[in-house]
Write a protein that binds this ligand. Structure first.
Ligand code: AMP
Ligand code: GLY
Length: 423
């Protein structure tokens, strides 16, 4: 069969590699893709938000299955448009992708269905948000309602900071239209875990857990980024945590969406915080995590196409997910200056070191193929993933492999997975 993947990051490279392992697949296309994806798929120069062109391409090429990796096209309704054209597509429809597209929606859903999360209030105007803050307990968390590249969350220590934050989001519109509404949320403390799942509208199947490292600098300092590295599984995701989440969070979320007339089919990403009072939902995403996908998918034994089709057909109850009994660590190689400003177009050397190396992966994010070879083309350039018998071995392998690749202004965190030493 012919498969089209929509997106261009390390996540889509990991999806493509998973899809390529399926015996059912003859040909993979990726729109728009990147240099690494181009080695296993045919990249087509269509942007992820060019819905008409994507629908036309999938029709003309008789694509059997489209997998949408990115949040923007999902929230914008690409799945609906593809379905309307009679195409088969993996991902939530627009009315379900709102689970990620509107934080105010997801908070109201959790409240209505008693799914554990931080206490909050939603606001449509700056005036009432500012008034509310006068009596709120600090620190407080401000969230722009809509998609903001993972950057629309402000943690404010003082009332002054919080007021400034409201102005930044709702008046200065730093995150654009995403700031038309805002959530003001209780500040929680605890360890964070990312749990990805497949959902077919009714049934949910949980993948192996992971942990992201969102801050740019070692020791969780510096600005928030899309993610500087991950490990899987998380040793903090214990059987007790798993049992709690199954009882109060996972199926409850799927049932809540169905009850609202918004059946969710695709991947739900649960961003959890393990607080002293138990696990709480920090956020939902309607897609695989990036870079979570780069450590979770290489460990999945199932045929990705079979699982995706079961989600579309509503037969996920017949599938059990299976993961290798090992660990994986992903270290992101970024451009110095990310996430603010950085140079592009710098030649990357050493990529060939990964050829035929079992258990080592070089996922491309911001890269471009030029006549002179592959060059950097973004803030997050590559995700270097390695497996190991346990997390410590996987981390040592990932940092070893991170040395194989060089480019000017290469930057990485040196403490990805350091938390596992505490276990
Ligand atoms: P989100 O995009 O909602 O996951 O928020 C981004 C990051 O902000 C999370 O990964 C947390 O580190 C932090 N964060 C979000 N909400 C809270 C909260 N209620 N309490 C503490 N930290 C939070
Ligand atoms: N790594 C966090 C995300 O994909 O949103």
């Amino acid at each position: 069969m012919k498969v089209l993947i929509v997106g261009s990051g390390g996540r889509e490279h990991a999806i493509a590699l998973s899809v390529a392992k399926s015996a059912k697949v003859d040909k993979i296309y990726c729109a728009p893709g990147n240099a690494g994806i181009g080695q296993i798929a045919e990249c087509v120069p269509i942007g992820a938000m060019e819905f008409d062109k994507l629908v036309a391409f999938a029709g003309e090429q008789e694509i059997d299955l489209t997998i949408v990796g990115m949040d923007d096209p999902l929230v914008g309704g690409l799945v609906d448009e593809m379905e309307a054209a009679g195409l088969r597509v993996f991902g939530p429809r627009k009315n379900a992708a709102i689970l990620e597209g509107s934080k105010a929606f997801s908070k109201d859903l959790m409240k209505k269905y008693h799914i554990p999360t931080a206490a909050y209030e939603n606001f449509d105007d700056a005036g009432s948000a500012l008034e509310y803050l006068e009596t709120a307990k600090m620190p407080v968390v401000l969230k722009a309602d809509g998609l903001a590249l993972g950057k629309g969350v402000l943690i404010c220590q003082t009332l002054e900071e919080a007021k400034e934050g409201v102005r930044t989001i709702m008046e200065d519109k730093k995150f654009g239209e995403a700031g038309n509404r805002m959530v003001v949320e209780e500040f929680m403390t605890g360890r964070e875990v990312s749990v990805l799942s497949f959902v077919d509208g009714k049934t949910i199947r949980i993948m192996s857990s992971a942990q992201d490292h969102k801050r740019a600098l070692d020791g969780d300092q510096g600005l928030n980024t899309g993610g500087m590295g991950t490990f899987s599984p998380s040793p903090f995701y214990t059987e007790e945590v798993d049992a709690f989440c199954h009882k109060y969070i996972y199926q409850a979320t799927v049932d809540a969406m169905a009850a609202e007339g918004r059946p969710f089919k695709g991947v739900i990403f649960f961003g959890l915080m393990l607080t002293q009072d138990g696990p709480r939902v920090l956020e939902y995403n309607a897609r695989f995590g990036d870079p979570e996908a780069q450590v979770v998918l290489p460990r999945m034994r199932n045929d990705m196409i079979e699982v995706a089709e079961a989600c579309i057909d509503g037969t996920l109850d017949q599938i059990e997910l299976q993961f290798e009994d090992n660990a994986a660590v992903c270290v992101v190689l970024a451009s110095e200056g990310y996430p603010v400003s950085y140079e592009k177009g710098l030649p990357i050397k050493g990529l060939e070191c990964f050829e035929d190396k079992e258990g080592y992966y070089c996922f491309h994010a911001g890269t471009k193929q030029t006549e002179d070879g592959i060059v950097t083309n973004g803030g997050r350039v590559l995700g270097i993933t390695a497996k190991g018998a346990d997390l410590k071995e996987a981390r040592a392998n990932a940092y070893k492999a991170a040395q194989w690749v060089t480019f000017d202004n290469k930057y990485m965190r040196n403490d990805i997975g350091k938390a596992i030493d505490e276990v």
